[in-house]
Design a protein around this ligand. Structure first.
Ligand code: G3H
Ligand code: ZN
Length: 299
């Protein structure tokens, strides 16, 4: 497999983004890798701290290794929103290819100081592991919300972004440009529930990109529910990784609920789960197409 750095660099050079899809069980992993294989796309499988604890970091590493051997596609295993150096160390010792240290709740000075510690620790290992830092305040969590208010102060400041990447040496930077974690649920007149998140502040992204140029890989968290046109424009403006979690969780849970309701007497997991996997695959494939990474393994 190409190194994670080369995989991300190829996205930057060729102006597409790689999907980082969160997973915590065999069914989600299967749906993600099968979709990526079908569309010949590089893919990132991400586990948050909670998801990592549920599946086990060493276990997911082995599971991904087996899929990678069988399908021969580049799969980057990534720790998502690690909040301490201990978690980062645990992921690295378990064989993760990429780690995200989220110091965004700290003041700029402490965020730089702690992220730098993470970068120093990781780079000492000389292993090609990617380090992602985060700057700006991303509201919400990967669930359904009735409303989330974004404030101008939440957004990543372009000058601070440049200072952050120069002082920490991170490979990637997650930015706050009006994106939120999760999906805002709205009641529509005709067809029940409708999902729609606010528009991105694309002009802010443009200013950030002008400052940091190609010195860092720009990452968009909270990809679920974001207007598709905004995602496309954000990729044109330099985003090379888009994180998706909530839409997978919705596809998984809603389909599972539906199947169990329809087939009240069905108790065999391998007859229940295929429809759930199909529903998640549909979302993953739509995103891979939207991000422009179809056939990226050939680039
Ligand atoms: O880190 C994970 C992502 O930012 C997922 O965000 O749940 O809004 O897709 P999302
Ligand atoms: Zn996130």
């Amino acid at each position: 497999m190409l190194s994670p750095y080369k995989i991300l660099k190829s996205a930057q050079l060729n102006h597409y983004a790689i999907g980082a899809f969160n997973a915590c069980n065999l069914e989600l992993i299967k749906a993600i890798v099968i979709s990526a294989h079908r569309l010949k796309s590089s893919v990132i499988i991400a586990t948050s701290e909670g998801e990592s604890e549920f599946i086990g970091m060493r276990k997911i590493r082995k599971i991904i290794d087996v899929w990678q051997e069988e399908l021969n596609i580049p799969i980057i295993l990534h720790l998502d929103h690690g909040h301490s150096l201990e978690k980062i160390k645990e992921a690295i010792n378990s064989g993760y290819d990429s780690v995200h240290f989220d110091g965004s709740s700290l003041c700029l000075e402490d965020n730089i100081k702690t992220t730098k510690k993470v970068v120093n620790y990781v780079k000492k290992k000389n292993s090609g592991i990617i380090v992602e830092g985060e700057l700006g305040y991303l509201r919400g969590s990967s669930e359904l919300h009735s409303g989330v208010e974004i404030k101008e102060d939440d957004l990543t400041d372009p000058d601070e972004a440049l200072e952050f990447i120069e002082k920490t040496g991170v490979d990637s930077l997650a930015v706050a440009i009006g994106n939120i974690h999760g999906i805002i649920k709205k009641q529509s007149n005709s067809s029940g529930l409708k999902y729609r998140n606010p528009h991105l502040y694309l002009s802010r992204l443009k200013q950030i990109k002008e400052k940091v140029e190609d010195k860092v890989f720009l990452v968009l968290h909270g990809g679920s529910g974001t207007p598709e046109g905004d995602i496309k424009k954000a990729i044109d403006l330099g985003i090379i990784k888009v994180n998706i979690n909530t839409e997978l969780r919705i596809a998984f849970s809603n389909t599972l609920r539906k199947i169990l309701k329809e087939k009240k007497n069905e108790i065999v997991p391998y007859r229940i789960m295929p429809a759930v996997i199909d529903a998640v695959e549909k979302v993953v494939m739509e995103k891979i197409k939207l991000f422009g990474s179809v056939n990226s393994i050939l680039k």
